[in-house]
Ligand binder design. Structure first.
Ligand code: OOG
Ligand code: MG
Length: 265
C-alpha cells in the first residue's frame, strides 16, 4: 500500500477522532479507485485496532433505494464495526464529539461460520444463527454529509455507533424476514416507515452481496460476527429541532431496539 493511501487513512481516522468535518478525499485525489478506497478503509480500521479496538462485525450500506437516493450513491458498500462503536440496547448514546449524526433502522445477523467465498442465498441463510433489530448511527466525516462512492468507502461507510436489540434464532422468523413492517420512532412519534423487503428485496441478499465483495478481495469475515444489513429507510438527523432524546425501532415479531440520546457538545 502506498504512502498516500496510508496518509489518507490517517486523515479520515483523525477526522473521526476529532469530530471535525473534512473535504471529500476525491476532490484533491480524483484518481483514487474503489480498491484504493477500501484499502484506505482497512488501514483506518487497522489504526483503531492498534489503539485497542476490536473488529466485531461488518455493516452493509446503501442496500435500499431510500438510502441510495438520500445520499446519491447507488451501489452497496461495506464497512467495519468495532466494539467501541457498540452502544447497549436501552443505553445512552452520547453525541459529544460527533459531527452531524444521523440514525437509521436496520436488521442484523449473527453468523456462525467464516465467510470467505461468494454465497448463494441458501448458503447465506444456513450460516445465519440469529437475527435482530438494530439502529445505526452514521456520521460522515465529510463536510455537509456529501460524498462520492469512493469517499464514503474510504470513510468506513460513515459508520459511527450501532445498537443491537435482543435476537431470535433465524429459524423463528425466516419465513417472514422479507415482510417485516419497520417503524422508527423519534421521541415517541413514528418518523420512518419501511419494509424489510426494501433491503435488496430480502435482507439475506445483503449478506450474499457482502460475501461476493469479500470473495472478490480475498478477505474473510470470521464466524460469530455481527452483520448489519443496511437501512430500510432514509436516515434521520439526531440534532434536529430541540434535539432527539429517544429512538425506538419496532418490527414485530422481532423484539424492539431502543436508545436514549444525550445531546452532547
Ligand atoms: C453511507 C452509509 C449507508 C446504510 O445503512 O445504507 C448505510 C451513508 O449514508 O452515510 O449505513
Ligand atoms: Mg446503515
Amino acid at each position: 500500500m502506498t504512502d498516500l493511501l496510508h496518509a489518507l487513512a490517517a486523515t479520515v481516522d483523525d477526522a473521526a477522532r476529532d469530530g471535525r468535518a473534512i473535504p471529500q478525499l476525491s476532490l484533491a485525489h480524483p484518481a483514487l479507485s474503489l480498491p484504493d478506497a477500501y484499502a484506505i478503509q482497512r488501514a483506518s480500521v487497522a489504526r483503531r485496532v492498534q489503539r485497542g479496538e476490536r473488529v466485531i462485525g461488518m455493516k452493509m450500506g446503501l442496500t435500499s433505494h431510500a438510502k441510495m437516493q438520500q445520499v446519491g450513491v447507488h451501489e452497496p458498500i461495506f464497512g467495519h464495526l468495532t466494539d467501541a462503536m457498540l452502544v447497549p440496547h436501552q443505553g445512552t448514546l452520547d453525541l459529544t464529539g460527533l459531527i452531524h449524526p444521523r440514525i437509521e433502522p436496520e436488521l442484523y445477523f449473527i453468523t456462525d461460520a467464516d465467510i470467505a467465498a461468494a454465497l448463494t442465498f441458501e448458503a447465506a441463510s444456513a450460516l445465519i444463527s440469529h437475527v435482530g433489530l438494530a439502529l445505526e448511527i452514521i456520521d460522515s466525516r465529510y463536510e455537509n454529509f456529501k460524498f462520492s462512492l469512493n469517499d464514503v468507502v474510504a470513510d468506513n461507510a460513515s459508520s459511527c455507533r450501532f445498537v443491537v436489540g435482543p435476537k431470535l434464532p433465524l429459524s423463528e422468523v425466516r419465513e417472514r424476514l422479507d415482510a417485516l413492517d419497520m417503524v422508527m420512532s423519534l421521541d415517541g412519534s413514528p418518523r420512518q416507515h419501511g419494509s424489510s423487503a426494501d433491503i435488496l428485496d430480502h435482507p439475506i441478499h445483503s449478506l450474499v452481496a457482502l460475501s461476493q465483495m469479500l470473495a472478490a478481495t480475498g478477505h474473510t469475515l470470521p464466524a460469530g460476527s455481527i452483520v448489519l444489513a443496511g437501512a430500510a429507510t432514509a436516515a434521520e438527523p439526531l440534532r434536529q429541532g430541540e434535539g432527539v432524546r429517544a429512538v425506538q425501532l419496532d418490527a414485530a415479531p422481532l423484539p424492539c431496539v431502543s436508545v436514549n440520546v444525550l445531546a452532547g457538545t
